[in-house]
Design a protein around this ligand. Structure first.
Ligand code: CAA
Length: 458
């Protein structure tokens, strides 16, 4: 089989407009700090009616292929992960085939995968599995994930966002998926779901969703740890796996504070399974909770506080940099985890990252979750695949800074327009295409048969 299958390149797309979370706090008449400190969110990107899931994915794939200058017929598989469903039958993937038309390449496996925010990870696993199977034909795979995260007026609205990520998957990758190391947890839960087909909005039980996320994290970490320890045993190493064995840790990010708490929970798992002689000094302040069970602590504020304090240094070293896009753009559902990966790469040099392990936790409500890891290549020399990958995302902060700030009133007006046009036919979306980033695909027209036509801003 090919060696070191993983991410060779990665492209991120987010909308050209955002609303500031401080402005939203005032507009929504909530206490100052609730969104910015309590949720850890700074800004939230949002799409006008000129953008939908198809246009987001068209844009991100086009950008990746143009930048890498890869021939369109070098792709043999294209997977899409999304939960922004505008058609119950027709896959986003089929719309993306339009980009390949001129090349004549129609021999491309893969369709859409959906389960809340987990679809991107399922797509990544599918692509890697294909590449490590007898069906692989030697070509690249593309994994595309994207979503428009919108909520009705209320508590959940500030945890919205929008964006897409495209990843080029191949062998000898600078970010190689570590084989045999996926800790997965799946169960039946109604924490966040979308039964209302006439609306873009989910139904959310916010508090339950947080407990489900934490439970899935604990379970996935336990499985991952068991699997890596088993691998080690075969190599003659018999010691517990802890967070110290992960140099960088990224998470699906519904809002940034959740991630900081999640890192604390991983430390708590290590602490509870440690014995007094292996206990690490970084577990300071946790001794009082030694007799608790993980599952009894999801809503325990004292545990929360102690974990945030004990894990602060570790969070600053391993995770904080990965939250850059999430805090400035919000939740991107399936693409959130991979936006975190891009942020991590954008804020470290190739030398910093070389040889490290990046742990990744993917969570999709309903629920499906996995914790897995990438091994970063050791070669960080100029011109190496790792160095190229890192420099390709280094403009992320400048790109975010070039967006337009919109008022909460304008944001609300756009949300109202999205409601008005959702699932309508026979219309041309209102708006000025000059408000989009150059090169962005947009929805030009939905005809009376619900067929969607897209165009590209010069
Ligand atoms: N200054 C500082 N902090 C403040 C504050 C202030 N003035 N006012 C409140 N806070 C803090 C609160 O103490 C709380 O923090 P802690 O939980 O650490 O104590 C935080 O701000 C949020 O306040 P509330 O709990 O009162 O918030 P809420 O109930 O109004 O809404 C929410 C929060 C439940 C997350 C809601 O936004 C929501 O439902 N969002 C969508 C669901 C979601 O994101 N779930 C996450 C897990 S599910 C998942 O991951 C899948 C997915 O992508 C959706």
């Amino acid at each position: 089989w090919p060696k070191d299958v993983g991410i060779l390149d990665l492209e991120v797309y987010f909308p050209a407009q955002y609303v500031d979370q401080t402005d939203l706090e005032k507009y929504n008449n909530v206490e100052a700090g609730k969104y910015t400190v309590g949720l850890g969110q700074t800004q939230m990107g949002f799409c006008s009616v000129q953008e939908d899931i198809n246009s987001l994915c068209l844009t991100v794939v086009q950008r990746l292929m143009e930048r890498t200058r890869l021939p369109w017929d070098s792709v043999g598989r294209l997977e899409v992960g999304t939960e922004t469903i505008i058609d119950k039958s027709k896959a986003v993937k089929t719309v993306l085939m339009e980009l390949f038309q001129d090349s004549g390449n129609t021999d491309i496996e893969g369709i859409d995968t959906t389960n809340a925010c987990y679809g991107g990870t399922a797509s990544l696993f599918n692509a890697a599995n294909w590449m490590e199977s007898s069906y692989w034909d030697g070509r690249y795979a593309l994994v595309v994930c994207g979503d428009i995260a919108v909520y009705p007026n209320g508590n959940a609205r500030p945890t919205g966002g929008a964006g897409a990520v495209a990843m080029l998957i191949g062998p000898n990758a600078p970010l190689a998926l570590e084989q045999g190391l996926r800790g997965t947890h799946m169960e039946n839960a109604y924490d966040f779901y979308k039964p209302n087909l006439a609306s873009e909005y989910p139904l959310v039980d916010g508090k339950l969703s947080i407990q489900c996320y934490f439970r899935a994290l604990d379970k996935c970490y336990a499985s991952y740890r068991r699997k890596i320890q088993n691998q080690w045993k075969q190599d003659g190493v018999d010691r517990p796996f802890t967070l110290d064995d992960i140099q960088y840790m990224i998470f699906h990010t519904p809002f940034c504070k959740m991630v900081q708490k999640s890192l604390g929970r991983l430390m708590f798992s290590d602490f509870l399974s440690s014995s007094s002689d292996t206990r690490n000094t970084s577990y300071k302040g946790l001794e009082a909770f030694r007799n608790l069970k993980l599952e009894d602590t999801y809503t325990n504020k004292d545990v929360d506080k102690a974990l945030l304090k004990a894990s602060l240094d570790t969070f600053n070293k391993k995770t904080r940099a990965s939250l850059y896009l999430s805090t400035h753009n919000g939740n991107m559902y399936t693409s959130s985890l991979y936006g975190c990966l891009a942020s991590l790469l954008a804020h470290h040099s190739a030398q910093d990252l070389a040889g490290s392990r990046i742990g990744a936790f993917s969570y999709g409500s309903g629920l499906a979750a996995s914790l897995f890891s990438f091994r970063v290549s050791k070669d960080a020399s100029p011109g190496s695949p790792l160095e190229k990958l890192v420099s390709s995302v280094s403009d992320l902060p400048q790109r975010l800074a070039s967006r337009r700030r919109m008022s909460p009133e304008e944001f609300t007006e756009v949300m109202n327009q999205r409601e008005q046009f959702y699932h309508k036919s026979n219309f041309s979306p209102p708006g000025d295409i000059n408000n989009l980033f150059p090169g962005t695909w947009y929805l030009e027209r939905v005809d009376e048969m619900h067929r969607r036509k897209y165009a590209r801003r010069p």
